[in-house]
Ligand binder design. Structure first.
Ligand code: IPM
Ligand code: MG
Length: 369
């Protein structure tokens, strides 16, 4: 991207801890923009439960229009107990988050789970299993599978209620996400683990066949296949053996939470959701959000970890802005405050300094100076 062109970001903070961690993410974004001469334009919009309360729907048309006009969406999180009793189709996750992913065709969800050296004791698994580097990229398919397949409903069958979700993948959908994973593996340690349930699901059979076909174009990447149940176990048993993990939508949802915990906390895991590459230039539209949820239990207390949101800002600058220097500077600042011993509650152990959301944000902004 031409560095003088305005970089427009639709900011959708949402619910729960979303607004708190977004505040810190934006401070970091504005600091990076000022330092690197990025002409930033922010457009704050309502989404999720906050939008339901204010205007009666989770994804108001103005919000969608603002996203369409932007280069990227910076998303917080949506949902919470307050809106759980609404009809399913009106709930924040189903009526805002999933439609945004689908509307913009954001099929490639990248979730980098890294256990920083100082956080091996924050990981609930034995330090010896993560020491020396747990660094895994989860490539999750985001617009297919059980999340979106039709039919999808609760109906009456044989005189009783019956829930139906449909798992569907077209070969082309598998192929395009596999390519993303192979490309990523090429730029990393060159090991790709593809997840499926080929011993039970037709989806798994096709998934495995297509991924194996795509592998022909990537002789430099070592591909292996794991059934999803075995993968859940191997991640705990031998986490350092993984490099890139490729999974369909639901399996990726589940395994990425597991990876986040192995790395220390869901509060550290950013994500980028990208669409197809669009012709010219190396940047693409994307939505950037922490992989965790709204954490209603700690919302409003100022204790949430803002790092997943801050690292999502870095991914946004990199993939949708092409501002690599600013992105790596943010990532470096995060590493340095962790190395200096600052910890929010979720990663706090021993005698490290326990800090709140805004203190963590302050420290990261200072480390960027
Ligand atoms: C995630 C979340 C969402 C998902 C929920 C909030 C719908 O768990 O981004 O991992 O399942 O994709
Ligand atoms: Mg999830």
């Amino acid at each position: 991207m031409n560095s003088r062109k305005t970089f427009r970001v639709a900011v959708l903070a949402g619910d729960g801890i979303g607004p708190e961690v977004m505040t810190e993410g934006l401070r970091v974004l504005e600091t990076a923009a000022a330092k690197h001469g990025i002409p930033l334009e922010l457009d704050h919009q309502l989404v999720g439960g906050a939008a339901i309360d204010a205007v009666g729907r989770a994804l108001p048309p103005e919000t969608l229009a603002a996203c369409e006009a932007a280069d990227a969406i910076l998303f917080g999180s949506v949902g919470g107990p307050k809106w759980e009793s609404l009809p399913a189709a009106e709930q924040p996750e189903r009526a805002a988050l999933l439609p945004l992913r689908k509307h913009f065709g954001l099929f490639a969800n990248l979730r980098p789970a890294v256990c920083l050296p100082e956080l091996t004791h924050a990981s609930p698994i034995h330090p010896r299993l993560v020491e020396g580097g747990f660094d895994v990229l989860c490539v999750r398919e985001l617009t297919g599978g059980l999340y979106f397949g039709e039919p999808k409903h609760i109906t009456i069958r044989d005189g009783e209620e019956c829930a139906v979700d449909t798992m569907v993948y077209k070969a082309s959908e598998i192929r395009r996400i596999a390519k993303v994973a192979f490309e990523a593996a090429k730029g990393r340690r060159g090991v790709l683990t593809s997840i499926d349930k080929a011993n039970v699901l037709q989806n798994g059979v096709l998934w495995r066949r297509i991924v194996t076909e795509v592998a022909q174009d990537y002789p430099e990447v070592a591909l292996n296949h794991l059934y999803v149940d075995n993968a859940a176990m191997q991640l705990i048993k031998n986490p350092k053996s993984f490099d890139v993990v490729l999974a369909e939508n639901l399996f990726g949802d589940i395994l990425s939470d597991e990876m986040a915990m192995i790395a220390g906390s869901l509060g550290m895991l950013p994500s980028a959701s990208l669409g197809a590459e669009t012709g010219g230039g190396s940047t693409r539209f994307g939505m950037y959000e922490p992989s965790g949820g709204t954490a209603p239990d700690i919302a409003g207390k100022g204790i949430a970890n803002p790092i997943a949101q801050i690292l999502s800002v870095a991914m946004m600058l990199r993939f949708s802005g092409g501002f690599e220097a600013a992105a790596s500077e943010i990532e470096g600042a995060v590493r340095s405050v962790i190395a200096a011993g600052l910890r929010t509650g979720d990663i706090h152990t021993g005698d490290n300094a326990l800090v709140g959301t805004s203190e963590m944000g302050d420290a990261i902004v200072r480390a960027m100076a």
